[in-house]
Design a protein around this ligand. Structure first.
Ligand SMILES: [Zn+2]
Length: 332
């Protein structure tokens, strides 16, 4: 596929710091990016202390980024990229919508502490967007022109990348696949405050709820791992819960294929690996809703794991820097 790194000279490698701010840990990486590849040179991790609020979390992120850089003191750092939760205005580097998981995250200026410390351009992306961009450019989607990622875990998220460009949308909210309405979820509350969205039915917690309703048993519905184990061991209620969720997710994917007609669908997230019957049901759901012309779109699984978000954030930061140069002159 065509890389987004088409502006400026990317035949030589560029060094970028990438950060992935998760609910439990902050990952930092020194990433070396060239036209066709991205290599993680060094990583470092620190816990996310959510009770420290946005200021404390960002200070910890700056520290872990400095740790990574200190291991390669000869680095010519060109940009810093970040993957983080919430809806992010990637031009301003500000979080516009977020849950209260990290107090003060909504409204936080992510760029400020990094530009103050590193004096290079900074760009932040929503974590689902960063993950999808990383997979599209350097993972499952690297030989395809367009890709939709569907991540099914605690929630359901996604991202759409065409010709190397991430669809962020007018508000930075594009790809919220979990918040598409399905009839099977009609009476279920969603994390967004609406009812009837697929996330309430087919996310990890949603599948546990279905299984409980179907009387899969207390042992099976303790957590996602227990439910997957029960389904593999022949618990028919657990299997049925995965089937209902997988089929509904497949129908949503089929409808989206009718709308955006991408080359490839890539699945990621904990549920993807939980129980094989889920994927079979998902394929049946796709077949149910996808028009003939898109019905054979390949469906695959993500290949870059937890590194994908780092690679996506790094590529996005570098691309923004290079496309900025003609308009604003030399940054340095
Ligand atoms: Zn919703």
């Amino acid at each position: 596929m065509q890389s987004p790194l088409h502006q400026g000279d990317h035949s030589i490698p560029h060094d970028v710091i990438a950060l992935d701010i998760g609910g439990t840990k902050i990952n930092a990486a020194l990433v070396r990016i060239s036209r066709n590849d991205a290599e993680i040179i060094e990583t470092s991790t620190t816990p996310t202390v959510t009770s420290d609020g946005s200021g404390g979390v960002l200070a910890a992120a700056v520290r872990v980024a400095k740790d990574v850089l200190a291991t390669h003191p000869d680095t010519r750092l060109e940009a810093v990229g970040m993957s983080a939760g919430g809806v992010i205005d990637s031009t301003l580097g500000v979080v516009t919508h977020a849950t209260e998981t990290i107090p003060g995250w909504k409204g936080a200026n992510l760029a400020e502490p990094f530009t103050a410390e590193f004096s290079v351009p900074f760009r932040a992306l929503n974590d689902a967007h960063a993950h999808g961009l990383g997979e599209a450019l350097f993972g499952a989607g690297r030989d395809h022109r367009s890709m939709m990622m569907v991540a099914v875990g605690t929630g359901i998220g996604g991202s759409i990348v065409t010709d190397g460009h991430l669809l962020q949308g007018s508000h930075g909210a594009a790809g919220h696949i979990g918040h598409i309405g399905v009839s099977e979820a009609e009476d279920l509350e969603c994390t967004c405050g609406r009812t009837g969205h697929i996330e309430g039915l087919a996310s990890g917690p949603g599948i546990l709820r279905i299984a409980a309703r179907l009387n899969a048993g207390d042992e099976a519905t303790k957590d996602g791992k227990s439910l997957a184990k029960a389904a593999e061991a022949g618990n028919t209620a657990a299997q049925e819960a995965y089937r209902i969720a997988g089929f509904a997710t497949g129908k949503v994917i089929g409808s989206l294929l009718n709308t955006i007609d991408v080359d490839l669908v890539t699945l990621a997230g904990g549920v993807t690996e939980a129980y094989s019957g889920w994927l079979d049901a998902l394929r049946q759901g796709v077949a149910h809703d996808a028009m003939d012309v898109v019905a054979d779109t390949p469906i695959t699984t993500a290949t870059r794991g937890s590194h994908a978000a780092l690679l996506g954030a790094a590529a996005f930061a570098l691309d923004s820097v290079t496309s900025e140069i003609p308009a604003e002159g030399m940054e340095a």
